[in-house]
Design a protein around this ligand. Structure first.
Ligand code: ATP
Ligand code: MG
Length: 650
């Protein structure tokens, strides 16, 4: 867009930062020119039982997709997140837990966490769990979720975390897909004061014959203590089995390429994919990105608001921070309970230094106005982060002003479940930021733009975002379906990893994610990403959220169909419709002028808060009978309203 404001790196911040601009350039060049030397050095940030002698051994060849890092080394992720910190920081807080109810919180030291993990690890062994077995976690945001992940890792078992908001059907599918024999859950979960019967959902999932046949044990954490159904032949209480277990448990050495976890994508673009992540490369990458992207220093209090059910929770609540010996905050609740000042209150209460959240949360706060965080003292904040969707420049500026008080760098981090860790992001002491741009690649990441024929584009350009070579955090496969993995990510553009996202690179070499490739609109021969048009709309004072899709149009090929959620206090009117059209024309140009604008009280979103444009596209095409996989949709009633008020009726 026309008026891009550059926010230069604060020199004081840069002086104290891990990475300044000069260092970024040098290290980036090294990482690309000699990945073996670079990662061989940085692989040493972990403690290895058997040091690796090989570093990179990777192939993106469609017929032989094979990705290995540090393959002859052995290590244990739980050891790296716990044991190695005990001597120096055993009494330091590892996890600050903030409950749904603001009066509940807890500090768990590294020593305490180590003990809890060892007990559960022994207890799981007692239940027959062995190295390589898959354990499904279906849990609220309570410390036991992190304990369970680390306990699995400790004995070489593979965890598969299923977001606690998913239905019994979705859970059953994921249990089947992973051939999981043990489920860890809690009796109930508490979110925004509401009680959700997690254990009852597991019971329902296990009425699925395939899942029922697999699962031998359900371990239940007592969260609320309310009454629940119980099956003695299958169910055990977490507190019973851990109380009886020893607090000493040797960490099992595993190979770097042994699986650490399976995790499903959000399902924004179709059926979720169960990705396999392995141990060594993943942990090196998660830890290194956590330290450098958030400029984490010993003593900092770091808060990522994601759920552990998503990759952001895996890499940046649990593995990255704990591998670095950090203090990580885990929040059970929701941003608007007891009221929408909650994020501010938590930052104030725990003196949070780094705050990492999603555009959907930022836009929800914006909708409430500038004083949404009350008079909370936010002066502890040093850095802000964003992840999950493109952040509209308007939301970026709001975040900067209202939360960061114009004094915190913002890291807009682009990455995917598949990438394991952050790929494109400003490093806060090194890279000047431009609102809406994820800016520059992290070390070892070689992004490129290609046209639809796969020809690489040079200089300032707009195209399909691909990654040209492997990085350690990369997913190795889709669980149980390597062919689908190869086809999905390596068949479209030969020799490259296909991200499925579109991007623009500007004259400074900055990347701007324009949205999903599938969502690109072609109006009279002009290709347009959804992000740009949406950002123009969100910049209008009446608009809280906007989603843009294409639909068949006789003259233009595709027309622009816009869904708009209004800011509280604004009403839908013909006048506003006209105004929004004029607004987009002046912000971007006549080519982007919306053909149809539907006012929508809410958007269809994934459970992780992303707009599902494929559903909006179907409705815009008047083809709402076949919405595809909607199992990860957060609120199905939103869709009914959208269908009822659709504008393009045939
Ligand atoms: P599925 O793959 O099932 O459709 P998904 O892609 O939403 O689901 P995730 O892996 O959680 O599942 O999300 C990754 C995607 O999120 C990226 O491909 C990108 O489209 C979007 N994304 C994440 N962070 C950013 C960001 N900072 N800027 C722009 N887009 C982002
Ligand atoms: Mg995806």
């Amino acid at each position: 867009m026309s008026d891009i404001k550059v926010h230069p790196v604060n020199p004081e911040f840069a002086a104290k930062a891990h990475i300044d601009n000069a260092k970024y350039q040098t290290m980036y060049d090294q990482s690309i020119n000699d990945p073996d030397a670079f990662w061989g050095e940085h692989g040493k940030r972990l403690d290895w039982f058997t040091p690796f002698t090989k570093v990179k051994n990777t192939s993106f060849d469609l017929h032989n997709v094979d990705i290995r890092w540090f393959e002859d080394g052995t290590l244990n992720a739980s050891y790296n997140c716990l044991d190695r910190h005990l001597e120096e920081r055993g009494d330091q807080t590892a996890i600050i837990w903030e409950g749904d109810d603001p009066s509940e919180s807890e500090h768990i030291s590294y020593r305490d966490l180590h003990g809890r993990v060892c007990r559960l690890a022994n207890a799981l062994r007692g239940q027959g769990v062995k190295k390589g077995d898959v354990v499904t976690l279906y849990m609220p945001m309570i410390p036991e979720a992190a304990v369970a992940m680390l306990a699995c890792a400790r004995i070489g078992a593979v965890h598969s975390v299923v977001f606690g908001g998913f239905s019994p059907e979705a859970l059953a599918n994921r249990i089947d897909g992973a051939e999981s024999t043990v489920v860890i859950t809690s009796d109930f979960s508490l979110r925004g004061g509401k009680v959700v019967p997690l254990k009852a959902n597991v019971d329902k999932a296990l009425t699925d014959p395939a899942a029922a046949k697999l699962v031998k044990t359900v371990v239940v954490v007592q969260r609320t203590g309310d009454k629940l159904a119980w099956d003695d032949s299958r169910d055990v209480w977490y507190h019973d089995i851990t109380a009886a277990a020893s607090a000493e448990c040797e960490a099992e050495p595993v190979l770097a390429e042994d699986p650490l976890f399976i995790l499903y994508t959000s399902g924004s673009t179709g059926k979720p994919k169960g990705l396999k992540h392995t141990t060594g490369g993943y942990l090196v990458y998660a830890a290194m990105t956590h330290e450098y992207v958030f400029d984490y220093k010993p003593g900092d209090i770091y808060w990522c608001t994601a759920d552990v059910g998503w990759v952001t929770g895996h890499s940046y609540i649990v593995y990255g921070p704990l591998a670095n010996g950090a203090t990580t905050l885990m929040f059970e609740g929701v941003p608007n309970y007891p009221d929408s000042s909650r994020f501010g209150r938590v930052i104030e209460k725990h003196k949070v230094n780094q705050f990492y959240t999603a555009p959907t949360a930022i836009r929800a706060l914006m909708q409430q106005g500038e004083d949404v965080l009350g008079n909370a003292d936010l002066s502890s904040l040093r850095l802000l982060g964003s992840v999950g969707e493109p952040i509209n420049p308007e939301a970026w500026e709001w975040y900067n002003r209202v939360v960061g008080k114009d004094s915190c760098p913002i890291v807009d981090t682009w990455w995917q479940t598949e990438t394991g860790g952050i790929m494109i992001t400003p490093l806060p002491g090194a890279i000047n930021t431009k609102p809406g741009s994820a800016t520059r690649p992290f070390f070892g990441v070689l992004p490129a733009l290609v046209d639809n024929e796969g020809k690489e584009l040079e200089g300032a350009a707009d195209g399909n975002l691909v990654i040209k070579d492997s990085w350690p955090g990369q997913s190795r496969s889709i669980w149980g379906d390597h062919e689908r993995f190869s086809q999905t990510y390596f068949s479209t553009f030969k020799g490259f990893y296909t991200t499925g996202d579109g991007a623009r690179r500007d004259a400074d070499g900055y990347y701007w994610i324009t949205g999903r490739v599938d969502d690109v609109i072609n109006v009279s021969g002009h290709r347009m990403g959804t992000a740009e048009v949406e950002s123009a709309l969100v910049a209008h004072p009446a608009v809280a959220e906007a989603a843009v899709v294409g639909y068949p149009h006789n003259l233009k090929g595709q027309g622009i169909y816009v869904y708009v959620t209004l800011q509280s206090g604004f009403d839908a009117s013909d006048e506003l419709l006209k105004e929004l059209r004029t607004w987009v024309r002046s912000e971007i140009g006549p080519i982007a002028s919306p053909d149809l604008i539907q006012f929508a009280p809410g958007m269809p979103k994934t459970r992780s808060g992303k707009i599902m444009r494929r559903i909006l596209r179907k409705i815009a095409e008047d083809d709402y009978g076949a919405l595809g996989d909607t199992s990860t949709l957060a609120d199905p009633t939103v869709v009914d309203d959208l269908i009822e008020n659709r504008l393009n009726r045939k």
